[in-house]
Design a protein around this ligand. Structure first.
Ligand code: NCD
Length: 281
């Protein structure tokens, strides 16, 4: 908890443009993304550049992965280069267990399969704190494909730990059994924060059996149900947004939306996490 508070404080300092921080000039970061990414990958890169680090971005398609080299051997190779930091995103849940004790380089998890996305949770928490000033006691609703969302899994754990009341909503087949369900309309009426999630089509075995319009009417935010939301409540989304599926096109940047603020916060949170990890190195 103290670690989280400290990183959030540093992130807020970066956000406020306070320049009296130590740079990590010349330290080398390698960004190993084995899954597609825009926001996470490039905000890590921008964060590293702002800290004056040297950045190597790994390209899976032109690497020896194409010659069937394994994930483990690829990471071991980078570890042997003698660098300072590895940022890893993998489709394998808990990939870090395979690496524990076997590499020397510090690793930041940029998302592992359907399991965790810790820096996304931190930037979500920073965004909420900037809005309300606190997390404890807030009612937070996550809507959509909870089951396959690492963002939902990370947020469920960390937001509960910080004292929020977390609810979920969405299609039956995408719900988690051990989280508290609430029908969407009730959730919109009562919650302070509404986090919409993308349907993770790429992680499904079964075909998605609903038109996007039907999904939007039943499980999305649209012009009919946005009026149910509390006066000071906000809408968030980790991105990428599928417009007119989880949110109607004209509402993506509405007055309640903090979606682009989340993107902005992503850079500062990632700077803070990197700084925290490498500070004493
Ligand atoms: C999320 C992810 O990759 O888990 N996006 C992100 O990192 N901002 C969510 C998603 O892909 O739906």
């Amino acid at each position: 908890m103290e670690e989280i508070d400290e990183m959030l404080e540093t992130a807020q300092m970066f956000y406020d443009g306070k320049e009296d921080y130590k740079r990590l000039t010349g330290k080398i970061a390698c960004n190993l993304f084995f899954e597609p990414s825009t926001r996470t990958q490039y905000s890590f890169q921008i964060a590293e550049e702002k800290l004056e680090m040297k950045v190597i971005s790994f390209n899976k398609k032109s690497s020896s992965i194409k010659k069937n080299e394994s994930f483990f051997d690829t990471v071991k190779t980078f570890d042997s280069f003698g660098i300072d930091l590895l940022i890893i995103r993998s489709l394998q849940n808990e990939y870090y267990k395979e690496l524990a004790g076997k590499i020397k380089t510090k690793v930041i998890n940029a998302g592992d399969g359907t399991s965790n996305h810790p820096t996304q949770s931190l930037l979500d928490i920073l965004t909420i704190k900037q809005e309300f000033g606190f997390i404890k006691g807030l009612k937070i609703l996550m809507v959509g494909d909870i089951l396959h969302s690492r963002v939902a899994h990370s947020n469920l754990k960390i937001m509960k730990r910080l004292g929020a009341k977390v609810f979920i909503s969405g299609p039956n087949e995408y719900l988690e059994k051990d989280a508290i369900f609430i029908p969407l309309e009730d959730g919109l009426l009562s919650c302070d924060v509404v986090i919409m999630l993308r349907v993770q089509f790429e992680r499904h075995d079964k075909k998605f059996n609903m038109s996007f319009q039907e999904y939007n009417e039943k499980f999305g935010i649209n012009s009919k149900n946005i009026g149910f939301m509390k006066k000071n409540s906000i809408i968030m989304h980790p991105g990428p947004v599928n417009r007119n599926v989880e949110i109607s096109d004209n509402l993506v940047e509405c007055e309640k939306s903090r979606i682009l603020k989340q993107v902005k916060n992503g850079v500062f949170v990632r700077m803070a996490v990197i700084e925290y990890l490498l500070r004493n190195k």
